[in-house]
Ligand binder design. Structure first.
Ligand code: SF4
Length: 385
């Protein structure tokens, strides 16, 4: 497969791994957080951790948009969808995220709510156009990557004069969350882990560029290497981080030069800025309230803001106390530390958000990691015997 195989070359990956092993100082440890769920998926899928020396550890961050949505927002969406005049349009993964008391959008749909799975914002727009008698609400989630399509849907709805279309906005912002992980007293209270640097997100950075990371690389003295999604991208980014740590540097570097520039996609940024403004605070699952960590519609678009239009309330809701998603999203615990992992919680029966999307740390580990772990245990057993 041209342009893909080149980035999945096992021989090259092993060569880079050898360089990492040669550079990693045995007298210290290296903790790098990959913020992006796509990177978590790639690390699990291609077994990259197995290539790293024991003192270079990857920490899964809160970079899966489905995982970080707090349970109260799911409850609010379910309550809205139960109203007879509402058609709620949502992405497939969100349907299965557990809400309070074992609820989910999927169960609400089974109970009669008009909830429809869509693949894009434009699908939701088409439903609104075709069914003018319905109030069609798009349940918008995601990082900076998915916000421009929501802005364009809104633009199209306004241009078409669609008065029955609105947005339940849950778009969140990456740099604010990274900053929060590094400095928030809430996060410190909940538990933190040593972080020596970040593998910066791929898709998000195609939109925002590398510049927004400069502030906290300088302020918090943590190196950042923006990386692509393929295994060679990620392992090369780890090598670049090890080099920075060894040199005592804390710079923003760009491994993903084939897609990411310093300034990003300014056209997409302008579309987003036209329709959205910062929320002073927004709750992230696992991180608590993140100052300026999310977007809402600008006041002039209040008619398209489902929260205002339908007087939605976000109930205070607590996660299942047995579920460790919160700690996993901060990198403090690993999926296998959760006693529900692989017993009652699997991708078919998710008890927490991290098991729902393929980018969630628990789902990634369930799908790929546990087999390697089992193989490792068998190898160790053989060696002992
Ligand atoms: S295994 Fe399931 S219950 Fe445990 S942290 Fe992961 S998603 Fe939550």
């Amino acid at each position: 497969m041209k342009y893909i195989d080149e980035y999945r070359d096992g021989r090259l990956a092993k060569d880079i791994a050898r360089q990492i092993a040669a550079l990693a100082d045995p007298g210290r440890s290296y903790h790098f957080m990959e913020f992006c769920g796509g990177h978590t998926h790639a690390i699990s899928r291609y077994g990259l951790e197995d290539l790293l020396p024991a003192n270079v550890r990857m920490i899964h961050g809160p970079g899966c948009p489905v995982c970080v949505l707090p349970i109260g927002r799911i409850d609010a969406a379910i309550a809205l969808a139960m109203r007879p005049e509402i058609t709620l349009c949502t992405y497939g993964d969100l349907m299965r995220v557990p809400g309070s008391n074992g609820s989910s959008l999927l169960k609400a749909k089974a109970a009669g709510a008009d909830i429809r799975m869509v693949y894009s914002t434009l699908d939701a727009l088409r439903i609104a156009e075709a069914e003018l008698e319905r109030e069609v609400v798009f349940f918008a989630i995601g990082f900076e990557t998915t916000t421009p399509p929501t802005a364009l849907a809104l633009k199209a709805a306004i241009a078409k004069g669609l008065g029955n279309f609105s947005i339940f906005c849950n778009h969140v912002l990456t740099p604010a969350a990274i900053q929060n992980i590094l400095e928030s007293p809430d996060v410190r209270k909940l538990g933190t882990i040593k972080i020596d640097g970040f593998v910066g997100p791929a898709h998000v950075s195609t939109v925002i560029g590398t510049e927004p990371y400069e502030f906290f690389a300088g302020e918090f003295q943590k190196p950042v290497v923006v990386a692509g999604f393929e295994p060679l991208d990620v392992i090369q980014a780890i090598l670049m981080l090890v080099r920075q740590v060894n040199d005592g540097r804390h710079e923003v570097e760009n491994q993903y030069i084939r897609a990411v520039t310093a300034l990003g996609n300014e056209k997409a940024q302008a579309e987003v800025a036209n329709f959205f403004e910062l929320r002073e605070s927004f709750e992230w699952r696992g991180l608590g309230e993140v100052p300026y960590g999310a977007l809402r519609l600008r006041p002039q678009y209040v008619a398209y803001d489902a929260e205002k239009r339908f007087s939605m309330v976000t109930p205070a809701a607590k996660d299942n106390p047995a579920c460790a998603c919160g700690a996993i999203l901060r990198g403090v615990r690993r999926p296998t530390d959760c006693k529900l992992f692989g017993t009652v919680c699997t991708p078919d029966t998710p008890m927490g958000s991290c098991m729902v999307s393929s980018e969630g740390a628990c789902a990634a580990h369930w799908t790929y990691g546990r087999f390697r772990e089992r193989a490792r245990q068998v190898d160790v057993g053989r060696a002992v015997a």
